[in-house]
Ligand binder design. Structure first.
Ligand code: NAD
Ligand code: WQD
Length: 345
């Protein structure tokens, strides 16, 4: 059966590009819209090298309603949307809250407006485990309490979930699946696509791989005195390809009307918490490369520990994140080496 067209906003970004690959592999025609504020057009070549299919690409800002109308006029076959486009740096959102509220919320609201007009069947939304804040207990389920957001970025995810819920409860003629990602890491095993951090990385894995390759002197491990099994923060690190696969299942579920629910929420994680030190050890074990590090003070605002109960997604979507962490670390390292070989980083 011929698959319907999917619009992937933010599709040249980290998670978006991996998702485009999985969509193409599943037979979906894809249109990417991205303003290239945090990615570049060469990602399209990486995708094409993996799948042999060059995705349609529109350089536009999703907050620009006229540009988005023109996009829907050009591609009237769009039946599903995956909305990755957003600004995502937690620290920057504290400095520039309006930029975050405008970019993340206007993008979503424009899409919701256009979906009704163009008979789009569903939208997958990228949410985050940040909505659970510091959880009272782990693992967190989709019913765990939502905590007051501690950054404008986190708040945009909570507000976006509420906007989608309100719009659908008000009778909008489409469905939505909200996916709460835990900590996405790794890269495509081909090393054709991966994460491209802007400037000094704020997240653990890009900082770690840049240190291992010599761009950074040493990794600062933020805090060794947490109330956890080894004193380090614990996260649920999920392989980006596993994460990408879940989006294909979610899109299919909406387009093929596999559920009566108009709105569904799923945690996407492995179910296993790893400490920061355990992750460093996994990287060194998997790659044979040493990571110079020092213990540094705690980072303000960090969550002590959070990991997912992914059983709802496992049962309902028939999806599991099953890439072994060592494979994920090897892929992250291969990607970092590829960036060096191409003279990019
Ligand atoms: P990313 O920055 O790599 O990708 C986002 C893409 O969206 C970029 O290519 C950027 O250029 C584009 N973009 C931003 N604003 C846009 C706009 N107004 N119009 C068009 N394009 C725009 O980020 P990512 O890590 O791939 O994250 C994708 C989504 O997942 C985001 O919504 C993010 O908040 C969410 N998320 C990410 C993580 C994570 O740790 N990476 C965790 C949870 C949720
Ligand atoms: C992980 C662990 C750090 C860097 C952030 C956002 C969250 C979500 C994912 C989108 C922490 C430690 C890090 C370093 C370190 N994004 N660390 N040295 O903080 O779990 O989540 O990204 O929704 O909203 O807040 O991810 O990769 O920054 O940190 O020791 O140089 O690694 O303290 O314990 P985090 P992270």
């Amino acid at each position: 059966m011929k698959k319907e067209m999917i619009l992937v906003t933010g599709g040249t970004g980290y998670i978006g590009s991996h998702t485009v690959v999985e969509l193409q592999k599943a037979g979906y025609p894809v249109v990417i819209v991205d303003n290239l504020s945090n990615s570049n057009e060469e990602v399209l070549d990486g995708i094409t090298n993996i799948t042999g299919i060059k995705p349609e690409f529109v350089k536009a800002d999703c907050t620009d309603m006229e540009a988005m109308k023109a996009l829907f006029a050009k591609y009237p076959g769009i039946k599903g949307i995956i909305n990755f486009a957003a600004s995502k740096a937690v620290g920057e959102s504290m400095q520039k809250p309006l930029l975050y509220y405008r970019n993340n919320l206007d993008t979503l609201m424009n899409l919701l407006d256009l979906m009704a007009v163009h008979e789009v069947k569903g939208i997958v939304f990228s949410s985050s485990c940040t909505v659970y804040g510091e959880p009272d207990e782990n693992p967190v389920t989709e019913r765990s309490p939502i905590k007051k957001a501690t950054s404008p970025y986190g708040n945009t995810k909570q507000i976006s979930e509420e906007i989608i819920t309100d719009v659908i409860n008000a009778g909008a003629p489409f469905k939505s699946i909200i996916l709460r990602y835990f900590n996405p890491v790794g890269a495509h095993p081909s090393a054709e696509i991966g994460e491209l951090p802007n400037g000094v990385p704020q997240n653990l894995i890009p900082y770690l791989t840049q240190t291992a390759i010599g761009i950074r002197k040493e990794l600062s491990v933020f805090g060794d005195d947490y109330d956890t099994r080894d004193g380090y923060c614990i996260r649920d690190f999920i392989d980006v390809v596993d994460l990408a696969r879940a989006h294909v299942i979610a899109v299919e579920r909406m387009l093929e009307d596999k559920s009566d629910a108009k709105i569904e929420i799923f945690n996407l994680g492995t179910g296993n918490g790893l400490s920061v030190m355990e992750l460093i050890e996994a990287f060194e074990r998997a790659t044979g490369v040493k990571v110079p590090y020092k213990i540094a003070p705690r980072r303000a605002g960090d969550i002590e520990q959070v990991w997912a109960d992914p059983s709802y997604a496992n049962d309902v979507l028939g999806w599991t994140a099953d890439t072994p962490i060592d494979d994920t670390m090897r892929a992250a390292w291969a990607w970092q080496c590829r960036l060096r070989d191409r003279g990019i980083m």
